[in-house]
Design a protein around this ligand. Structure first.
Ligand code: SF4
Length: 373
């Protein structure tokens, strides 16, 4: 009878052998052949990719990563960048708090660590914006620390390999113990990346390709016919919908009325259209109208331009967009007019971009319907 250790050794060997032949080429990755020749990953690129991948897919991240490193090729270059520029370049990559932490982290590495990322997961965790998963991933991939790397994808593969049926989040303890059995390896970074690739291409959330899987013989879920059912999750409470209004005003000189959102809270520090208190959350989010202002920022006249919808992690926002064309010398109660030449819609967070698109269409429709002035 084979021991558990032998089974785990064989599983790890099969995963790494598959990775040696099938590793994805990614712009932040040093592939297994180059690793064997002694090439090492750049910790800056590993860190940047891990932060970008926290909320977005590889397909979305690859071009964004390439333009980021073309613009800021080193951690020192990113540390010297104005925060607003990094925030604008981050648009569409998820929580803006991550972009702020990205700049803060780059500055700490540049000033307190001589431009070099510290090489252990313990030290990495002390840097801004680096949690346990990211610290373990950077330490394993860039510095060969035998850290146990578990993100949602590796969690899924592990739950299936070991047929862990206890629903998440309670099942995470058993998954972590099982992952800790696989991970001790002389190639910890490659093992983490092998599991990431396996999760992306074969052990997919839906319709896992078990018949093509290199570890099919080692997989208890596949054997029990449970692959697609795992991991189980406790049913979620339905996502709340918050309704509200955004006010998009353009003055006679073509300038747009924008306000900067409070530094903390939803879309913190980003430019946006003034609104009511749609973002005043039950979970304690900082409201945009924390100063009490929540009505139209100008007398108007306001016209309805339709509704935009955006899904945040904890709620769905459904916001009516109201538009107004006002005099060139109109004075807003809050926010400030930004001249057309200085206004860059690409720097807006996604929800505000949707409202902008709605407003531009409506203003153009109103102009056609109203005829020449
Ligand atoms: Fe995933 Fe199927 Fe492979 Fe098991 S056999 S690891 S369920 S793809």
């Amino acid at each position: 009878m084979e021991s558990g250790k032998l089974q785990i050794d064989r599983l790890r060997h099969r995963i790494l052998a598959w990775y040696d032949g099938a590793a994805r080429e990614l712009p932040w990755r040093v592939g297994p052949a180059s690793r064997r020749r002694g090439e090492r990953p750049d910790p800056y690129r590993v860190w940047l990719s891990e932060v970008m991948l926290q909320q977005t897919t590889v397909a979305t991240v690859v071009p964004r990563f390439q333009s980021f490193v073309a613009r800021w090729p080193t951690v020192e270059a990113l540390a010297a960048a104005p925060e607003a520029e990094v925030m604008a370049a981050w648009a569409g990559l998820g929580y803006y708090a991550r972009a702020r932490n990205l700049v803060r982290c780059a500055r700490v590495v540049a000033t307190e660590h001589g431009g070099r990322f510290p090489p252990t997961s313990t030290e990495l965790r002390r840097l801004p914006g680096i949690g346990p998963y990211t610290a373990a991933a950077i330490a394993a991939i860039a510095f060969d620390e035998p850290a146990v790397v578990i993100d949602g994808n590796i969690e899924r593969v592990t739950a299936r390999l070991f047929a862990i049926a206890e629903p998440l989040p309670a099942g995470r303890g058993a998954i972590a113990r099982a992952a800790a059995e696989i991970f001790p390896s002389d190639r910890p970074g490659d093992l983490a990346q092998a599991l990431m690739d396996l999760a992306a291409s074969i052990c997919r959330p839906r319709r896992p390709r078990c018949s093509e899987c290199p570890v099919r013989q080692d997989c208890r879920a596949a054997e029990a016919g449970l692959a697609e059912d795992l991991p189980r999750r406790r049913p979620r409470a339905p996502r709340e919908t918050r309704r509200g209004t955004l006010y998009v005003a353009r003055n006679a000189r073509g300038a747009w009325l924008l306000e900067r959102r409070p530094a903390s809270g939803l879309l913190g520090g980003m430019p946006g259209w003034p609104g009511d208190d749609w973002d005043r959350g039950a979970q304690g989010d900082d409201p945009a109208g924390a100063d009490g202002a929540s009505g139209p920022p100008l007398p108007g006249p306001w016209r309805a331009a339709g509704t935009v919808r955006h899904v945040f992690t904890h709620f769905t926002a459904e916001l009516d967009v109201h538009v107004a064309e006002v005099a060139g010398d109109a004075h807003p109660l809050r926010g400030a007019f930004v001249a057309a030449e200085a206004f860059d819609p690409a720097a807006l967070p996604t929800l505000m971009k949707k409202a902008y698109a709605r407003a531009v269409t409506a203003l153009s429709d109103f102009e056609s319907a109203d005829g020449p002035p």
